[in-house]
Design a protein around this ligand. Structure first.
Ligand code: DAH
Length: 337
C-alpha cells in the first residue's frame, strides 16, 4: 500500500509521455519503454500491488496511454528511419555514368588495312615479311653492288655480320618468289629500320608497302594502271599520276611515282612546293638479275614492283607537320584520326 500511495498516476503519465516524446531514436524509445512499462517500472510494481478497483482503473488507463504513445512514436521513428535510408542510399539511374575510353586503330594501321583492302580487291594476296633479314635477301638478291651504301653499318642496324633489321620491305619479294612459281600478285606491308636521326621527316623506323606482280607478259602499262588505281583509291578519283625515271638496283627501268596535288589539283601550292605534283615512292620493272636470282627465266616472265611509305601517305593525307608525332603515343594526337 505504501508504494501505491506514493504513485501519482497523472504525474507518472506526464513524465512518461515526455520521455517518449523526447526519444530521437528507436534505442532511446526502448529505454523509455523499459523505464516506464518494464517489469521493474514504478507503474508495473504499483499495478501488482493494487487492491482497489478505482486505483487499478486509473493505473491501467495510464499504462494504455503510455503504450499507445510508445507504439505511435515507434511507428514515426521507423518511418523517419526508412525515409532517411531512401534518401541517402538512393541510386539516380539518370546520372551520367563513368565513361569508358574506347580505343581505335592507329592511323598507320588504318592506312595499312586500307592499302591491303585495295590490293585484295585486285586479286592480290597479302604476305608476311621478316623484320630481321640476312644480307643475302636484303642486298645480294636485290642486285645491290658489294659496296652499296645501305650495306654500311652507318646506314643500317646490324644484329650480326650477316643479319640486320630490314631497311626496306623489298626482301619479301625474294621470299615470295623463292617459295613458288609465277603468276605472283602480292603485297607485303610492315616495319622497316634505318640508322636515321629523327627529325620532322625522318624516323629510324617506318612502314612500307611492297608490291610485286610477276607473270608472262607483264609490262610497264600494268605497273602504271595498277599504281594509278592505288593513287586514286588513296587520294581521290580525279588524281593523275606522273612517272619519272629513277634508279633502284632491283628494277630496270626504275620509276618515281608522283600524284597530282590533291590540294590545288596541279595548279601549284605550298603543299606540292608549287610544282603541282607530290612524289609518293619508287617502282619499276623487276630487274632480270633479280628474276634469275630466284631461278626464274627473264625471257619467259616479267614483273613490276613498288615500295611506298605508309607514314608518308598519312602525312600527306592529313597535312601532318612531323613524322615523329605518329609514334610519340600522345593520345591527344592519335585520337584525332
Ligand atoms: N625499296 C625502295 C626503298 O625503300 C622502294 C622501292 C622502289 C621498292 C622500287 C620497290 C621498287 O619494290 O620496285 O627506297
Amino acid at each position: 500500500m505504501d508504494r501505491l500511495a506514493a504513485v501519482d498516476p497523472e504525474g507518472l503519465k506526464h513524465s512518461a509521455l515526455a520521455a517518449v516524446d523526447a526519444a530521437r531514436t528507436l534505442g532511446e524509445l526502448d529505454d523509455a519503454r523499459v523505464a516506464y512499462l518494464g517489469r521493474k517500472s514504478e507503474l508495473k510494481l504499483a499495478l501488482r500491488d493494487v487492491r482497489d478497483r478505482e486505483s487499478g482503473m486509473a493505473l491501467n488507463a495510464v499504462r494504455e496511454a503510455i503504450e499507445g504513445a510508445v507504439a505511435a512514436k515507434q511507428e514515426a521513428l521507423e518511418r523517419a528511419e526508412l525515409e532517411e535510408r531512401l534518401a541517402t542510399e538512393r541510386v539516380d539511374v539518370t546520372l551520367p555514368g563513368t565513361p569508358h575510353l574506347r580505343g581505335h586503330l592507329h592511323l598507320v594501321t588504318q592506312i595499312r588495312r586500307e592499302v591491303e583492302d585495295i590490293f585484295l580487291g585486285m586479286g592480290y594476296e597479302v604476305v608476311d615479311g621478316r623484320e630481321v633479314e640476312t644480307t643475302r635477301y636484303l642486298f645480294d638478291a636485290l642486285n645491290m653492288a658489294p659496296n652499296h651504301v645501305t650495306r654500311s653499318p652507318l646506314h643500317s642496324l646490324y644484329v650480326s655480320e650477316s643479319t640486320l633489321l630490314r631497311t626496306e620491305t623489298s626482301p619479301s619479294q625474294i621470299h615470295t618468289m623463292e617459295a613458288r612459281k609465277p603468276p605472283i600478285f602480292m603485297v607485303s606491308l610492315g616495319r622497316t629500320y634505318r640508322r636515321d636521326t629523327p627529325d620532322t621527316t625522318h624516323s629510324p623506323f617506318f612502314h612500307q608497302v611492297e608490291g610485286l606482280a610477276v607473270d608472262r607478259g607483264i609490262t610497264l602499262a600494268d605497273l602504271k594502271g595498277t599504281l594509278l588505281h592505288l593513287l586514286r583509291a588513296l587520294f581521290g578519283a580525279e588524281r593523275r599520276a606522273r612517272f619519272t625515271t629513277d634508279f633502284f638496283p632491283f628494277t630496270e627501268p626504275s620509276l618515281q611515282v608522283a600524284v597530282s596535288c590533291f590540294q590545288c589539283d596541279g595548279e601549284g601550292c605550298a603543299m606540292c612546293g608549287r610544282t603541282g605534283w607530290i612524289e609518293i615512292g619508287g617502282s619499276g620493272m623487276v630487274d632480270p638479275n633479280v628474276l634469275r636470282f630466284v631461278g626464274y627465266d627473264p625471257e619467259e616472265v616479267s614483273g613490276f614492283a613498288f615500295g611506298w611509305g605508309l607514314e608518308r601517305m598519312a602525312i600527306l593525307r592529313h597535312g601532318l607537320p612531323d613524322i615523329r608525332d605518329l609514334w610519340a603515343n600522345d593520345l591527344r594526337f592519335l585520337r584525332q584520326f
